[in-house]
Design a protein around this ligand. Sequence first.
Ligand SMILES: C[S@@+](CC[C@H](N)C(=O)[O-])C[C@H]1O[C@@H](n2cnc3c(N)ncnc32)[C@H](O)[C@@H]1O
Length: 414
Amino acid sequence: MKPIEKYSEIRTQFKIDTIKNPDENIAYLTHYLHNRKNGVSKYYLHKAKAFFEKTMQQSLQKSLASNLKFDIPFPENNKTKFTFIDLFAGIGGFRIAMQNLGGKCVFSSEIDKYAQKTYELNFGEVPFGDITKIDATNIPDHDILCGGFPCQAFSIAGRRMGFEETRGTLFFDIARILREKQPKAFFLENVKGLRNHNKGKTLKTILSVLRDDLNYYIPEPEIINAKYFGVPQNRERIFIIGFRKDQNIDAFEYPQPTNEKITFMDIREEKEVSVKYYLSNVYKQTLIDHKNRHTSKGNGFGYEIIPNNGCANAIVVGGMGKERNLVIDKRLSDFTPVTRIKGEVNREYWRRMTPREWARLQGFPDNFLIKVSDVQAYKQFGNSVAIPAIQATANILINKLFIFVIILFVLQKL
Ligand SMILES: C[S@@+](CC[C@H](N)C(=O)[O-])C[C@H]1O[C@@H](n2cnc3c(N)ncnc32)[C@H](O)[C@@H]1O
């Protein structure tokens, strides 16, 4: 039987489909395939093997000895500088940034089946599911832990606000993995609002656990705006970086803005977009009425039209995410609706941005595959990270780690 040569053949043969065919063994299988030559395979081999045997795919077994070509948009770098894990992985915004810097992902986890689907299509790996169910000892050693953890709020009882009191929150899962695996560094991302949540107590607890219980050096967290890093999106996020104390790092400078002038026009779809993105005149009027009511009450919220030479508002899931990022695009040639709408397509050319435009607002390259419904795609990009801001920060973090390794190396030689 001919050995399997390409990852896409595995996808077809094993019917990899996180929605129709959810199976944790596929996470083991795909993690094994990515890590079979780097000493990490022992974490995945037992279940992956059971899977091959069960499915009697001898051709796959044969192919494991040969070079498997990962014919996916974002294969990893041939030269690995460091390893990382991708927690709350979403669709892999962190993964792209870290791979661009020479990182090799050795473990990923994401609970949402649709996000898993997008992740698998682009990276050839099905993330493991619910992190709260994963024993930290089953996660391979790694240099850097990455996680844009959900902004699930938590309240803390007790005075000292330590490790145990965060139990039941997703931050606790990050903390217990840090405690068990002790990576050299970590990079956490969250909404700006974390800074002031519960009068600042939540962040204080997080920092106290990371600094006092887990003994990491944490520079003051920084709010970073994506718009200063080459994407036209006003997205402010809090970045929390940490270094294991034995790395002897006691200073960290966050990246300076690149100040590259970039506007919506730079990321707009090149061609006319489907009429389905254009608002119905009825909905358009609803938005106008809603805004008028709120403006008269002194509330600034409501729809917003982003000028071609402007910068988008933060793309977010739910709420007014799409409506606060409307554009006027006069390239529409046919106003016949293709979906069921109330009234007619508006004649003033108001439309929503497309999922591809949202991808670009987050710095995703155009070869990033989007094969889910628009509803899921907006959710996935809205939840994701602005890759250039992550990459600029991670670059400094990695240089710090490497400089230390080089200095240590030189010192040992003296
Ligand atoms: C803010 S998003 C992070 C997105 C990611 N950084 C990216 O670039 O796409 C948080 C993600 O955590 C996932 N999540 C929530 N609870 C989880 C759990 N218990 N285990 C694993 N993933 C979880 C959500 O489905 C969501 O995709």
